[in-house]
Design a protein around this ligand. Structure first.
Ligand SMILES: *[C@@H]1O[C@H](CO)[C@@H](O)[C@H](O)[C@H]1NC(C)=O
Ligand SMILES: *[C@@H]1O[C@H](CO)[C@@H](O)[C@H](O)[C@H]1NC(C)=O
Ligand SMILES: *[C@@H]1O[C@H](CO)[C@@H](O)[C@H](O)[C@H]1NC(C)=O
Length: 196
């Protein structure tokens, strides 16, 4: 009981409440203006990140990410940690620099996916995606996720908007099924319920 109370108190003390921001407010601009990205530029940002996941190259990572790039994904950390407390604590950066992304992502198999939706404001692109992998395990499931791509303007560069921060979450439960780590029992009634 003691540990439960400690945890409850700690979460109350650290509870953070993010105020909603207007769609064109993320870069502190009150409204859309000429410094904001265009639809084509937003599409390029989405495609750049798509290709980093689906057709990775270090050249593209260098061309499309800032040096100080950070990537946050508890979905990925859960898979890395396999449900254990480490090596990466939940809530921390999955990759805390472009070099760390290159070292990590460069060793991953490519994951093809469809872009289901792309939204954008002045300097942020939101991408909803779904894997198009050909599954090999019998119970494999497609994986859907949402990625928020915060960018930094790089006027005059080959990529006018460099991805600076990524917040990415996806259906890591389905991913565990696809990895064969979680083997479903589709006749067990409890699988349909969240409660124990
Ligand atoms: C990417 O950038 C890093 C750091 O600047 C550099 O060491 C590396 O050679 C670059 N990779 C490619 C493929 O250009
Ligand atoms: C999946 O398999 C089909 C049929 O073999 C093929 O046409 C398609 O390109 C494959 N998709 C991927 C993402 O590999
Ligand atoms: C699946 O669940 C059913 C119902 O609880 C149980 O009878 C069966 O043994 C389970 N199968 C496996 C492979 O665990």
């Amino acid at each position: 009981m003691r540990s439960f109370i400690t945890i409850a108190a700690a979460s109350l003390a650290t509870f953070a409440y993010a105020m909603p921001e207007p769609i064109f407010g993320a870069s502190k601009l009150a409204a859309r203006d000429a410094t904001c990205m265009s639809a084509d530029e937003a599409n390029q940002v989405a495609l750049n990140f798509n290709h980093l996941i689906s057709a990775y190259s270090e050249e593209l990572a260098n061309a499309s990410l800032t040096v100080g790039f950070e990537d946050y994904s508890d979905s990925v950390i859960s898979l890395i940690d396999a449900g254990c407390a480490g090596p990466l604590p939940l809530g921390t950066a999955t990759f805390s620099s472009r070099a760390a992304f290159i070292a990590g992502q460069g060793n991953q198999p490519d994951i093809p996916f469809d872009q289901l939706n792309v939204w954008y404001n002045c300097d942020t692109v939101i991408l909803r995606w779904r894997t198009t992998l050909n599954f090999t395990t019998p119970a494999a499931e497609f994986v859907t996720g949402i990625i928020v791509l915060e960018t930094t303007a790089a006027p005059g560069g080959a990529q006018p908007w460099l991805i600076n921060t990524v917040y990415s979450e996806f259906n890591s439960g389905a991913w565990l099924v696809d990895l064969g780590t979680f083997v479903p029992n589709c006749t067990a009634p409890a699988r349909r319920l969240l409660r124990a």
